[in-house]
Design a protein around this ligand. Structure first.
Ligand SMILES: Cc1cc2nc3c(=O)[nH]c(=O)nc-3n(C[C@H](O)[C@H](O)[C@H](O)COP(=O)(O)OP(=O)(O)OC[C@H]3O[C@@H](n4cnc5c(N)ncnc54)[C@H](O)[C@@H]3O)c2cc1C
Length: 354
């Protein structure tokens, strides 16, 4: 089956929904195609104890504030899934699921979007597929020699899978710190970070991070010196479970090891830590395989953008992948503004072609 629309949004997580909200307001004829069977994007796959690093009021998409979760300052992932489910229902967003986009091709006048449920032709495409689907593991010598279990943030559910075992958690970001804190009371934990762990001050949470990102955007917009944004403040938000484990002396980071062997990890001075499991909390890459036919890929798997727009394919916008697609665009509260910019550009394109 082949269909024609003004715009296709690929991905129905928070970024795709924020784009849909603005496209609808601007009267653009569009669909959202989402590979998941149910609403909520990556939040559906988070581990049991994951908490947002901002209160609900600082985790809202355009138009509709996230309601407070009863008894919780920092909402859990299930609360976010509920919010996103309600959001797409409330704004009657045309989300088709499960529909997986296999490839986007150039055609004269349109972009052809090939999916496992037929073909769409669109004047413009917003790619909002997130990063959760492309876990990144560093190339560390001996990884294939290790006989224990290796997993990534995306596989982690909770401490019950590791109870009483020697476990190495690798990663000094929020995921690594939260998973290490989650395991600290239940395992023989070794927490490894590439550089010394940088906790933000206890009174700083996602609100301050958003303010830092906003200040950075203003500085760059006004041609002033880059303030460094979020990264200048630290790496780890001291959410309550992280703070508790740290204060109990259970979150002491070791430097990065140089290799794995059959039984665990080995540091440069020959010191070893035995491990039954290594959990790599080492980040993600943008999930952009469906855009490969357009031939736009640059360094680190990214695509050159000006704002959200692809520099080399102006009918394509990229949304929600990180600061390179708009400051704080990979957060609930930060994605609204770049989503609005992308939707406006598409509305103008559509109007100019009518
Ligand atoms: C551990 C962790 C904690 C985080 N905590 C916070 C936080 O506290 N606060 C905050 O604001 N942000 C947080 N973030 C960042 C961010 O809000 C989330 O990563 C969020 O899920 C990103 O939303 P998204 O819509 O960009 O991507 P996703 O939620 O990944 O949604 C993308 C959607 O696109 C679909 N898709 C992918 N490929 C295709 C395809 N080819 N065809 C069709 N559909 C496709 C996916 O199935 C998915 O439904 C966190 C991220 C992580 C990893």
């Amino acid at each position: 089956m082949t269909r024609h629309v003004d715009a296709v949004v690929i991905g129905g997580g928070q970024a795709g929904l924020a784009a849909g909200y603005h496209l609808r307001r601007l009267g653009v004829d569009f669909v959202v195609l989402d590979a998941q069977a149910t609403p909520g994007g990556a939040w559906q796959h988070a581990w049991d104890s994951l908490r947002l690093f901002s209160p609900a009021a600082y985790s809202s998409l355009p138009g509709r504030p996230m309601p407070v979760q009863m008894g919780e300052t920092y909402p859990d992932a299930a609360h976010v899934v509920g919010y996103l489910t309600e959001y797409e229902r409330r704004y009657e967003l045309p989300v088709h699921r499960p529909v997986r986009v296999a490839a986007v091709h150039r055609e004269s006048g349109t972009l052809r979007v090939e999916t496992d449920s037929g073909t769409w032709h669109a004047r413009a495409v917003i790619s909002a597929t997130g990063t959760w689907w492309r876990p990144f593991l560093p190339a560390v010598p001996g990884r294939s020699d290790f006989r224990g279990r290796q997993s990534h943030t995306v596989d982690y559910r909770g401490p019950r899978d590791f109870s009483g075992q020697p476990v190495v958690v690798v990663g000094g970001g929020n995921s690594g710190a939260q998973i290490a804190a989650d395991l600290a009371h239940h395992t023989e934990l070794t927490w490894v970070t590439q550089r010394p762990a940088r906790f933000l001050a206890d009174d700083i949470d996602g609100r301050a991070l958003f303010d830092a990102a906003t200040a950075r955007r203003r500085a760059l917009d006004e041609g002033r010196t880059d303030t460094g944004g979020i990264a200048s403040l630290g790496d780890i938000v001291a959410v309550p479970p992280v703070r508790e484990a740290r204060d109990a002396g259970l979150l002491k980071a070791s430097p990065m090891f140089v290799r794995l062997d059959r039984d665990g990890v080995v540091w440069a001075d020959g010191t070893r830590a035995k491990a039954d499991a290594v959990i790599w909390c080492t980040g993600f890459r943008p999930a952009l395989a469906h855009l490969a036919p357009l031939g736009l890929r640059g360094p680190r798997g990214r695509i050159a953008t000006a704002g959200t727009r692809s520099v080399d394919e102006p009918r394509l916008h990229l949304l929600g992948y990180g600061d390179w697609t708009g400051p704080a665009s990979a957060t609930l509260i930060g994605v609204g503004r770049p989503a609005r910019d992308a939707a406006r550009a598409i509305a103008e394109l559509v109007a100019s072609e009518r």
